[in-house]
Design a binder for this molecule. Structure first.
Ligand code: NAP
Length: 388
């Protein structure tokens, strides 16, 4: 520990939806946690407020140091004025802290995750694109340097908890639940006309834009299947998806004797976040009490493949290999951006992903150093075939 009194935490992507929720959880326990690192990409105002509040030792902001506005009395507390802007996310991750939370979006989080594990650190990771593209390498680094990967995705956090203490030889399947996203009740023939505003209106979860659109296409669940494959060292056929609109059961593990363990809670990311921050202990009241009698019923169904072609494409990529997974994840970032800015139709997301998959299926295993290259090629190709 760098600060003996506190558990020290760096939050990458502190200005995003997950990053802000992590800081809100930390705020509940000021005597337990101390924020020592923060990062933003475009939101200078919020980063400035966060630096003012937490006085981290280091922060990363690509445009350089931010001017810190302090209240009149704060000038006595000169700690925050020594907050230093570093040159990259990776450099920030190299500084010691007890837990590094990676809540950046996209492949930008790759080298920071690698740096954390290379110093044997605890990596609490929401940044699913990094796990999708480099999960095999991250698991190898975890083993080699004695660090720990703690997933912040609610489903994977739930499954990790279901698997705790179990012998992996008895694990038959793991099961991810899916709420179905904003368009789950819209007739399939109307999907062609949906706007970004329609697709961003998630019925259960309040998340960043990219992950909310990915929930509407269910590509997000496909990424989660690939994530689960790496995190739990399972082949793709042992990872199942079930639709569950109430989002009360987050993840399950099925064992050789036919038994199934599930983790249930009121839907809130706080449980996964605080499970990681307190690991291996438990926090107090991360989420409100679950009143099953009041909820009354829980519903389950198989995913509708006509409504959600992106799920099948991601699962196909999982079977094809790492090149396909990296390319599909990169292409989806481009396509979701284009859909959000109105230059692509909703139904063009799966049709373009299909073309990307046909082109980038060959690489079974990708070296860490080759990931950015495949990612860049896939983006270029996506622009050439799908995005004006
Ligand atoms: N939201 C959820 O509930 C949820 C749940 C599970 C997993 N996840 C995963 O968690 C990650 C973050 O999701 P989110 O919803 O919190 O996203 P978000 O709200 O868009 O926030 C992304 C964060 O990353 C920063 N960022 C974006 N691009 C960057 C780049 N190129 N370099 C450095 N920093 C960059 C942003 O900075 P600025 O804001 O300053 O631009 C922001 O702090 C994603 O991988 C997502 O799939 C999210």
């Amino acid at each position: 520990m760098t600060d003996k009194k506190h558990i020290t935490v760096t939050v990458l992507g502190s200005t995003g939806s997950v990053g802000k929720q992590v800081l809100a959880s930390i705020d509940k326990y000021p005597d337990r946690f101390k924020v020592v690192g923060l990062s933003a990409f475009t939101n200078e105002k919020l980063l400035r407020d966060q630096i003012d509040k937490y006085a981290p030792k280091h922060y990363y902001y690509p445009a350089g140091g931010v001017e810190i506005q302090s209240s009149l009395f704060d000038f006595l507390d000169d700690e925050k004025f020594s907050s230093k802007c570093v040159g990259s996310l990776e450099e920030l991750a190299e500084y010691p802290c007890d837990i590094l939370v990676s809540a950046v979006s996209g492949i930008a989080g790759l080298w920071a995750a690698v740096a954390t594990l290379k110093r044997g650190g605890i990596l609490a990771i929401a940044n699913k694109e990094t796990i999708v593209c480099a999960g095999r390498h991250l698991k190898a680094l975890e083993k080699k340097y004695g660090g720990k990967i703690l997933p912040l995705d609610t489903e994977h956090s739930a499954i990790q908890q279901c698997l705790a203490g179990e012998d992996e030889k008895y694990v038959k399947n793991v099961i991810l639940t899916a709420s179905g996203g904003a368009l789950r009740d819209l007739p399939v023939e109307k999907l062609a006309k949906v706007t970004a505003k329609d697709a961003l209106n998630h019925p259960v979860w309040n998340m960043g834009k990219k992950v909310t659109i990915d929930s509407a296409t269910l590509f997000n669940k496909g990424l989660e299947v690939i994530e689960a494959m790496h995190l739990f060292s399972l082949p793709p056929e042992k990872i199942k998806v079930v639709m569950h609109r109430e989002s009360i059961i987050h993840g399950m593990a099925e064992f050789s004797d036919g038994s199934v363990k599930a983790l249930l809670s009121v839907p809130s990311m706080s449980l996964a976040i605080e499970s990681a921050l307190f690991y291996p202990h438990k926090a107090k009241d991360s989420v409100p009490e679950l009143d099953l009698a009041k909820i009354g019923e829980l519903n389950f169904s198989a995913p509708d493949t006509e409504r959600y072609p992106c799920l099948a494409l991601a699962m196909k990529a999982a079977r094809m290999g790492e090149g396909a997974c990296i390319a599909l994840s990169a292409a989806d970032e481009v396509l979701v951006d284009a859909f959000l800015n109105g230059s692509l139709r909703f139904n063009d997301i799966p049709t373009t992903l299909e073309k990307v998959l046909a082109k980038f299926g060959k690489v079974k295993e990708a070296a860490l150093e080759d990931i950015y290259g495949i990612d860049a090629e896939a983006r270029k190709y996506t622009y050439s075939v799908g995005v004006k």
